[in-house]
Design a protein around this ligand. Structure first.
Ligand code: UT7
Length: 321
């Protein structure tokens, strides 16, 4: 028994924030942002939008693409690090908005790896027969936790949501998933404003992203290199067997380094960082949907998805499309 991706969808807020506009907000240049990250623009949620409303729209499109109705979905999981509220979880809010009935619904917080974590969990529920049709989402409203005065982080992030429908199938689909985490790196990338952090902590107050970018960069390149090798080895595959790399979109230079380790030409890598910036857990399903709807992916293609984020968490998924 496999789980197979049978539909994808995405939602991006209407408002676009360009590098040129950021030049008027902090001391930066379009040239610096583009050359250091590859980012040209990012989408920013409107006041009336939230992680659950964007996730709901992405899910609607994935359900439409899959031809799946609300009654069929029996498992809902959302990777997010910017939930609307502490609770109810975003899965419950999405399920309610879509009229999904009483299927289990949850969210998983693994920062930028949130979608890969969610996909891995949903795949296991399907493989063991507990679920037949899962809605798996990555969605973020990072603009609400960005420090808009910090040029080191505010130029990087964007908002959006991506979703997939996973169905039980005899045909090969998700082949394997690989997850890792190491909390020893917790101080390199985190958010302030914790709910239960100690009352005498200097992390109280509003939630704001803090990142030591250069240090994160180095670990990301190393760990992503390791996990793609681990994924190939676990499946007795050669680098050349992979048809498409669908990476987390944080930085063009990190993506290029991973592609190089895989010996993959960049025209076999799905690149959306220029249009979306870093959308954390939404990044991989957004890129996947762009790839699907552009007609690039063919039935039977072998896809390697990977992500790295705060925690640190990192992971990969090998998928027969
Ligand atoms: O998605 C989760 C995981 N996150 C990541 O993977 C992000 C990983 N890190 C990165 O992508 C990169 O480290 C950044 C894009 C964040 C930064 O690029 P970098 O090449 O590592 O730059 P840096 O932090 O070493 O800074 C280089 C210089 C510094 O100036 P000095 O000290 O050399 O004078 C910074 O102050 O660039 C300066 N700088 C900026 N200059 C103009 C930092 N931010 C900006 C900015 N505009 N926005």
């Amino acid at each position: 028994m496999y789980s197979r991706i049978v539909g994808t969808g995405r939602y991006l807020p209407e408002k676009i924030l360009t590098n040129a506009e950021l030049e008027t907000m902090v001391e930066t240049t379009s040239e610096w942002i583009l050359s250091r990250t590859g980012i040209e623009r990012r989408h920013i949620a409107a006041d009336h939008e939230s992680t659950s409303t964007m996730a709901t729209e992405a899910a609607r499109k994935a359900m439409e693409a899959a031809g799946v109705g609300p009654d069929e979905i029996d498992f809902v999981i959302v990777g997010t690090t910017t939930p609307d509220r502490i609770f109810p979880n975003v899965g419950c809010l999405v399920a309610n908005a879509l009229g999904l009935g009483e299927a289990p619904a949850m969210s998983v917080e693994a920062a930028c790896s949130g979608f890969i974590y969610a996909l891995s969990i949903a795949d296991k529920y399907i493989r063991c027969g507990e679920a037949k049709c899962a809605l798996v989402i990555g969605a973020e409203t990072l603009s609400r936790i960005v420090d808009w005065e910090d040029r080191q982080t505010c130029v990087l992030f964007g908002d959006g949501a991506g979703a997939v429908i996973l169905k039980a199938s005899d045909e090969e689909g998700v082949i394997s998933t690989h997850l890792n985490a190491n909390g020893a790196y917790k101080d390199l990338l985190y958010s302030t404003g914790g709910v239960s952090c100690p009352r005498d902590s200097d992390e109280l107050g509003e939630a704001r992203i803090k990142m030591r970018g250069n240090e994160v960069f180095k670990v990301a390149v190393t760990k992503l290199g390791e996990i793609v090798q681990q994924t190939l080895a676990a499946n007795n595959l050669e680098k050349s067997d992979i048809d498409w790399l669908i990476p987390h979109q944080a930085n063009n230079r990190i993506i290029t380094a991973t592609a190089k380790k895989l010996g993959m030409p960049m025209d076999r890598v799905i690149l959306t960082v220029q249009d979306h910036g870093n959308t954390s857990a939404a990044s991989v399903p957004l890129a996947l949907d762009v790839a699907v709807r552009s007609g690039k992916l063919k039935h039977g293609d072998l896809l390697l998805l990977e992500a790295f984020g705060g925690g640190f968490t990192w992971g990969s998924a090998l998928i027969r499309y």
